[in-house]
Design a protein around this ligand. Structure first.
Ligand code: SF4
Length: 328
């Protein structure tokens, strides 16, 4: 039996990535028998990457809590009582000490996250100094600071920023159930400004928020139809935090998470697909399936902003067991 009619054969070749993915095509990928989906994802992965290499990023919260936005999954929103205290922007020296430690532990990219709707100009001065400092250590620098204006994106580029993270989070249809304080369009506009400034884009989403498969299809189809694919595509499994509106949500089946990773890999063949939040509660077997499905990047270190992540020792053991090594 052949499933070739379901999806354009171009998706499994080294041809230039497509930007015209339809929902029907992405839905057809999600609906494939699991072994067929994995085979396709693995084929695309091998045509574009060394399957034994994983890129290692470290994420530091440089400004925690007190965010005015209402993202229903986020313990840093000031609207939810989650026990996360609002803190000031971290000092430059502290951030650079963390970056040095991340580098010594094997990270090649250092990501800095701030719980802002958008950065204020004076805060951006400090963040630009952080970016320049991280770059001087020989690390790639990434930041996630909320919405950006075009001049702000330009300033970050001039400071040396390599990547900017701004997630679409979910499908356009489900988005309003998760966030009401900024629109999907706002997000797309920030992504355009980042891209126009010449900064690489890191953009993905979260699954397990109570969305349907069709929403997961919509999220992947939207990402894969952007004018340029994000260079990094983080796929997060919701980490449920008490006090947020999404606490108590039924957990998403691990195999459905793997299918989402595989669909991202097939539709965005040259992007780094990052296994992001949610690994702390994920079995080694599910993570291994994600790597087989084409994930080739992880966040490394015991904390992801405010939620737990596997300890470095556990991740080193897992990578060793799977014969995977850090990408230079
Ligand atoms: S996800 Fe970001 S923007 Fe949304 S509430 Fe959390 S810190 Fe604020």
């Amino acid at each position: 039996m052949s499933y070739a009619a379901d999806v354009s054969p171009r998706s499994a070749t080294t041809d230039a990535p497509r930007h015209d993915w339809t929902r029907e095509e992405v839905r057809a990928l999600f609906d494939l028998p699991f072994p067929e989906l994995m085979f396709r994802a693995q084929s695309v992965h091998r045509q574009n990457f060394d399957p034994a290499e994983v890129q290692i990023s470290t994420l530091l919260s440089i400004k925690t809590g007190g965010c005015p936005e209402d993202c229903a999954y986020c313990p840093q929103s000031a609207r939810y009582d989650t026990g996360v205290r609002a803190e000031k922007l971290m000092a430059l020296d502290t951030v650079l000490a963390e970056a040095r430690a991340a580098k010594a532990a094997g990270a090649s990219r250092f990501c800095m996250g701030a719980a802002w709707r958008e950065p204020k100009e004076r805060d951006l001065d400090t963040v630009c100094a952080m970016v320049a400092g991280v770059k001087s250590l020989g690390l790639e620098a990434c930041a996630t600071l909320g919405m950006l204006t075009a001049p702000q994106a330009q300033r970050l580029k001039e400071a040396g920023l390599d990547f900017y993270n701004h997630n679409l989070d979910t499908s356009p249809e489900f988005y309003g159930d998760i966030i009401t304080t900024r629109t999907y369009r706002d997000r797309l506009e920030t992504l355009d400004r980042v891209r126009d400034a010449g900064i690489h884009v890191c953009c993905g989403g979260i699954v397990g928020m109570g969305e349907t498969r069709e929403d997961r299809v919509g999220m992947i189809a939207t990402l894969a139809s952007l004018p340029a694919h994000p260079e990094s595509v983080p796929i997060n499994m919701l980490v449920q935090v008490a006090g947020t509106p999404l606490a108590g949500q039924s957990a998403l089946d691990g195999l459905e998470f793997v299918r989402t990773v595989a669909a991202a890999r097939i539709t965005m063949p040259r992007s780094m697909v990052r296994l992001s939040a949610g690994r702390e509660d994920m079995s080694e077997e599910t993570q291994a399936l994600c790597f087989l499905a084409g994930a080739n990047s992880i966040f490394y270190g015991p904390k992801l902003l405010t939620t737990p992540n596997p300890g470095r020792h556990r991740d080193r053991e897992l990578l060793h067991k799977l014969g995977l090594s850090p990408m230079e």
